[in-house]
Design a protein around this ligand. Structure first.
Ligand SMILES: NC(=O)c1ccc[n+]([C@@H]2O[C@H](COP(=O)([O-])OP(=O)(O)OC[C@H]3O[C@@H](n4cnc5c(N)ncnc54)[C@H](OP(=O)(O)O)[C@@H]3O)[C@@H](O)[C@H]2O)c1
Length: 247
């Protein structure tokens, strides 16, 4: 049993990770901007897993001072943080050259600078504890530069994967562990618009694969492994002209 902090826990993958980690007996520190959703989730978990402790806090990950403050408040409340899942994310990008720098900047600030703040805050706590597990939620879109709406999104997801791998190199040989997850299409509020794809799996199934990889403290995992382990290989190697047809 351990204490897990999850950002972006108010919906989609974050909320389902909270449910599945609760079922495994882990205590939870949950944050997001929509605290009404977090309170509902806490009530659900209290009903189904009364022995699990759940604390919730409002957090906008683009408020960097708040990221450091909230992570430290959770650490103080629980005594330690064993795992931090950097999950909060935004898929609001628009194609380059279409005049939507505002949307692309918001995606970049949330998914990269926000994740950088979370990683720094978690890393400080783990260094002080000499223990901890950082989990970064990237995406299979990080495997290549991607066209159209997901160009900026994919770039942020490549950046966070490298950020986490760099920290893994820093902490190599210490008790601190780092996992990078590359989810494929998993049903959520964000992926709702891609519902036409036959590759989409339910939130429950997709998150089960994520939780399994996290519990094994894998260095990295494409999830669910089928079809994303082989498809990831294809994405990495197809000629650039094929990418617009795949996205
Ligand atoms: N679903 C997929 O197919 C898929 C595939 C690859 C990667 N991912 C990644 O998985 C993660 C979770 O996404 P999802 O699919 O579960 O989408 P989602 O249902 O839209 O959830 C996104 C979560 O991020 C939070 N969030 C967004 N902006 C935030 C901000 N500024 N500050 C704090 N929290 C913020 C949202 O909470 P509030 O709005 O309440 O703040 C929400 O809880 C993201 O990093 C996404 O890129 C998803």
């Amino acid at each position: 049993m351990s204490t897990i902090l999850i950002t972006g826990a108010s919906s989609g993958l974050g909320a389902e990770m909270a449910r599945q980690f609760a079922a495994l007996g882990h205590d939870l520190a949950l944050c997001a901007r929509r605290t009404d959703r977090l309170e509902e989730l806490r009530s659900d978990i209290a009903r189904t897993h009364p022995d699990v402790r759940v604390e919730v806090r409002a957090l906008d990950v683009t408020d960097h001072d708040a990221v450091f403050r909230v992570f430290e408040e959770f650490r103080a409340e629980f005594g330690s943080l064993d795992r931090v899942v950097v999950n909060a994310g935004l898929g609001k990008g628009q194609p380059l050259s279409t005049g939507r720098f505002d949307a692309n900047r918001e995606t970049a600030e949330t998914n990269f600078i926000g994740a950088l703040a979370q990683t720094e805050a978690a890393a400080q706590i783990f260094r002080a504890q000499d223990a901890g597990h950082l989990v970064m939620v990237s995406s299979v879109s990080a495997l290549r530069g991607m066209p159209k709406n997901i160009t900026t999104y994919a770039a942020t997801k490549a950046a966070v994967a490298h950020l986490a791998e760099g920290f893994r190199a820093d902490v190599h040989g210490t008790p601190i562990k780092v996992t990078v997850l590359y989810p494929g299409y998993i049903a959520s509020e964000m992926s709702g618009t891609s519902a036409r794809t036959p590759l989409m799996v339910t939130t429950e199934k997709g998150v089960r694969a994520m939780v399994e990889a996290i519990e094994k403290e894998k260095a990295s995992a494409r999830v669910p492994a089928w079809p994303w382990a082989p498809l990831g290989f294809v994405i990495k190697h197809v000629p650039i002209g094929v990418l617009p047809k795949m996205s």
